[in-house]
Design a protein around this ligand. Structure first.
Ligand code: NAD
Length: 418
């Protein structure tokens, strides 16, 4: 049955789940129910391209489990998207929401396409048709998409508009990560990056990394990576290495983040930026720095390069950047890992606040949003640390033990239908 999902990412997600199941003594019946996503929809999305030709794209929406409430998860536009990748990301969303205590199950969506090679017009048609095809699954009470790799608040606005037009009235709560004018939340745009920085501060306290000016290396400079860079600069930390899909740049004195952003908005990418020396994505990961923040694709830290990392803290902005085999190497080397389901959870947490605000049509101040998200993240961070001490496990294992344990307990209490 799992053949449908077979892929390196789904295999990794299941391997993690089975490892934790053994550690927490999860009964076989619940493990069986958690291994396979509850619902997966594959849709074809024909789009008339600007050159007059029609091309059909493949799109997916996967809901991993619905035990804790409606499902929640981002929408990815990327050429590597497969059903297995989307299913793995949906499963990780379940553990993440449960870890933070959000009343959601995990979901994820994706379209196999390269958004960097498509016009705005093509992207809009792709998004509207995809939305129509998955209408049966999404809605404020059922499943709420948000931005992920390759999508942004403009894509969310198109989804919200398409959904609302078909229902006949405006329904902002069907997506999160929208512009504030359309019912978005204050502080959502920078929430994932802001959460990462807050957790780095928490990690500093426990690791005794006292120096005021931290050095950061950031892989991927999209929504997550750039917001980490912007906030780090505000704190006067040095961003010494940055990369995107086109390559990377290194400057031991600190990269001028504003100049880099200006270059990127002019040229569409990092390539050609003159504010440092060129490096590859592989070299970026091995840069000597205080904090390494992978914020792009999955499975970049492997058993091959884990022994070469030279950071003190690994703050996983991306989902699944570290393979199962690399984890023990990082642990042995004493690198403090803030695992993905904790590190990047500021995004879904503020998405949850956005959804609550939409349902109530009552909007919070930025200060309130930031205060509440910091509180939830610190609480989860401390819960993870307590388990690492109590059970003598690493941070990722602890975070997964909490997340998976909570979903399992909810399933136990609700029982098995019918
Ligand atoms: P984005 O599309 O805004 O940016 C992605 C960045 O990664 C770009 O700079 C791109 O050039 C780079 N990239 C793509 N392929 C690459 C490759 N092969 N090698 C190196 N760099 C590559 O995406 P995002 O929203 O910033 O998401 C980045 C990661 O963070 C993803 O793993 C996503 O699942 C995770 N995440 C995002 C959010 C969010 O709120 N957007 C929340 C939680 C987790």
């Amino acid at each position: 049955m799992e053949m449908e999902y077979k892929s390196p990412m789904f295999d990794m997600a299941v391997q993690q789940l089975e490892n934790i199941a053994e550690k927490i003594g999860l009964e076989h019946g619940i493990l069986e129910r958690l291994r396979i996503p509850r619902r997966s929809l594959i849709v074809s999305i024909p789009v008339r391209l600007d050159n007059g030709e029609t091309k059909t794209f493949l799109g997916y929406r996967v809901q991993h489990e619905l035990t804790m409430g409606p499902t929640k998860g981002g929408l990815r536009y990327h050429p590597d998207v497969t059903l297995g990748e989307v299913a793995a990301l949906a499963m990780w969303m379940s553990w993440k929401c449960a870890l933070i205590g959000l009343p959601y199950g995990g979901a994820k969506g994706g379209v196999n396409c390269d958004p960097t090679k498509m016009s705005l017009n093509e992207l809009e048609h792709l998004t509207r048709r995809y939305t129509t095809e998955i209408m049966m699954l999404i809605g404020p009470e059922t499943d709420i998409p948000a931005p992920d790799m390759g999508t942004d608040e403009r894509v969310m606005a198109w989804i919200m508009d398409t959904y609302s037009m078909q229902k006949g009235y405006t329904i902002p709560g069907v997506v999160t990560g929208k512009a504030i004018l359309l019912g978005g939340s204050a502080a959502r745009k920078m929430a994932t990056g802001g959460g990462i920085i807050h957790l780095i501060e928490e990690a500093r306290k426990t690791t005794g990394l006292k120096k005021e000016k931290l050095t950061l290396a950031i892989q991927g400079f999209g929504n997550v990576g750039s917001s980490v860079g912007i906030i780090a600069r505000r704190k006067k930390w040095d961003v010494i290495a940055v990369s995107d899909v086109s390559g990377g740049v290194y400057n031991s004195k600190g990269i001028d983040v504003d100049a880099l952003l200006a270059h990127m908005s002019k040229t569409g990418g990092l390539k050609g930026f003159k504010g440092g020396d060129s490096i590859t994505n592989e070299e970026l990961l091995e840069t000597k720095c205080d904090v390494l923040v992978p914020s792009a694709i999955a499975r970049v830290i492997t058993e091959k390069n884990a022994s070469k990392l030279k950071c003190k803290i690994l703050a996983e902005g991306a989902n699944g950047p570290t393979t199962f085999e690399a984890d023990p190497i990082l642990q042995e080397r004493g690198i403090f890992v803030i695992p993905d389901i904790l590190a990047n959870s500021g995004g879904v947490t503020v998405s949850y606040f956005e959804w609550v605000q939409d349902l109530q049509s009552f909007f919070w101040s930025q200060d309130r949003v930031i205060h509440e998200v910091k509180e939830l993240l610190s609480k989860s961070f401390n819960e993870v640390l307590a388990i690492t001490k109590d059970k003598k496990v690493n941070n990722r294992t602890a975070a997964l033990m909490i997340g998976i344990g909570r979903v399992a307990e909810a399933k136990r209490q609700r029982g098995l239908y019918p």
